[in-house]
Design a protein around this ligand. Structure first.
Ligand code: ADP
Ligand code: MG
Length: 323
C-alpha cells in the first residue's frame, strides 16, 4: 500500500470536524444551495449530501485521485482562487484514511447517476446506479474514518467533536446565508444544525446566535485601495471568542494576528467608553477574560475582501492561518 499517501493524509485530515468541513466546502464550491450532513461520531461515519452541480462521468473517473482538482488547471488560476478547494487533496486523503468511501453524483444535464466506491487502497470502477437521484447533486459517504489510526480514534471525545462540528458548520455558513445547512446525528431525530436559507450574513447570525446578540452589532464597511472590509462588529458583552468570526475572501481564519489586532481595538474602544461613563459602557464587575493571549472582548463577523495575491493561504495545511 501507499505508505506515503497515508502518512500525508494524516496531516491533511486530522479530525472528523475537518473531514466534514472539507466536504461541505466542496459542496459550496459546486454551487449547492442545500447541504445536509449526517454523522455517527462513535462509528466515525458521515455523509454529506448536496444539490450542487454534480459530476459527469469523466469527473467521476478522476475524483479521489491524488491532486485531482477541477478547480485549478493553470498556475494563473492560483492568482484567482474563488473556490475553496484548489489542491485536490481532500477526497484522496479521506479515501486513504477511511475503510470505505462512496460517492454518488448526477449532473443536471444527465439522467444517469454514477457511483464510485473506494476501499482504503483502491478506487473501484465507476458504475451507473440502479436508483437514480431525483435531481442533480453529490453524496459523499465516509465509513470508519481513521480506522487505521487507533490513537486518533481513541483520543476523540464524541461530545467535544460534536460541538466542534456544530461550531465549524455554523461559522462557515455565515458567509453563505443563501445556502441551507443541516447537521443531523444518525439514528436520532436530533438536529445539531438547522439553518434555512436567509438573505444576509446578519440574519444568518440571528438564526445561530439570537437577536439579542445580533442587536449588539453595528455594521462595518470600509474600503481601501487594496482591500475592503465588510461585516458586523459589537464591542459590548464579555462573550468568549466563539462569537468572533474573521474571514478573508470568505475563507474562515483561526487565530491570526488580525484577530489580536481586532481584539485590541475593541478593548480600547470599550475602555474609552467606560471612562466616558457612556451608557454603553462595559460593566465594571465583568472583567474581560484572558485566554491563550487573546482578549475576549466582543463579537464580530468580518470579511476582508482582497486580491488573492495579497496573502498566502497555503501557510498551514488547513488553510486557516494567513499572514
Ligand atoms: P479540491 O476541492 O481541492 O478540488 P477535493 O479533493 O476536495 O479537491 O475534490 C476533488 C474534486 O472532486 C473537485 O475538484 C471536484 O471536481 C470534485 N468534487 C468533490 N466534491 C464535489 C461535490 N460535492 N460536487 C461536485 N464535485 C465535487
Ligand atoms: Mg475540496
Amino acid at each position: 500500500i501507499n505508505v506515503q499517501a497515508q502518512l500525508r493524509s494524516g496531516v491533511a485530515i486530522f479530525s472528523l470536524q475537518q473531514c466534514v468541513e472539507e466536504l461541505i466546502l466542496n459542496s459550496i464550491d459546486a454551487g449547492a444551495t442545500c447541504v445536509a450532513v449526517k454523522i455517527d461520531i462513535e462509528a466515525c461515519k458521515l455523509q454529506v449530501i448536496d444539490n450542487g452541480s454534480g459530476m459527469c462521468l469523466e469527473d467521476m473517473e478522476k475524483v479521489g485521485l491524488r491532486y485531482n482538482t477541477s478547480k485549478c488547471s493553470s498556475l494563473e488560476d492560483l492568482d484567482n482562487l474563488h473556490f475553496y478547494g484548489f489542491r485536490g487533496e481532500a477526497i484522496s486523503s479521506i479515501v486513504s484514511l477511511a475503510e470505505m468511501v462512496e460517492i454518488s453524483s448526477r449532473t443536471k444535464q444527465s439522467v444517469k447517476t454514477y457511483v464510485k466506491s473506494f476501499n482504503e487502497t483502491n478506487a473501484l470502477e465507476v458504475f451507473e446506479a440502479q436508483t437514480v437521484r431525483p435531481s442533480a447533486g453529490t453524496t459523499v459517504s465516509v465509513y470508519n474514518l481513521f480506522h487505521n489510526m487507533p490513537v486518533r480514534r481513541k483520543r476523540m471525545d464524541p461530545v467535544l467533536e460534536t460541538e466542534r462540528i456544530r461550531q465549524r458548520v455554523e461559522a462557515i455558513s455565515l458567509m453563505h446565508p443563501s445556502v441551507s445547512f443541516t447537521v443531523k446525528k444518525e439514528n436520532s431525530a436530533h438536529m445539531m444544525v438547522q439553518l434555512s436559507k436567509t438573505s444576509s450574513t446578519y440574519y444568518r447570525f440571528v438564526q445561530i446566535h439570537g437577536l439579542n446578540r445580533a442587536q449588539k452589532l453595528g455594521e462595518v464597511n470600509y474600503e481601501h485601495e487594496q482591500f475592503q472590509i465588510t461585516g458586523h462588529i459589537g464591542r459590548e458583552g464579555h462573550y468568549n471568542n466563539s462569537l468572533q468570526f474573521l474571514f478573508v475572501n470568505e475563507r474562515l481564519l483561526l487565530k491570526t494576528r488580525i484577530h489580536k489586532t481586532l481584539n485590541c481595538l475593541l478593548k480600547r474602544v470599550s475602555g474609552a467608553a467606560r471612562q466616558n461613563n457612556s451608557p454603553t459602557s462595559y460593566p465594571v464587575t465583568s472583567s474581560p477574560k484572558q485566554k491563550g493571549g487573546y482578549d475576549l472582548h466582543g463579537i464580530y463577523v468580518i470579511n476582508i475582501k482582497c486580491h488573492y495575491s495579497e496573502y498566502d493561504i497555503c501557510l498551514e495545511p488547513a488553510k486557516s492561518l494567513i499572514e
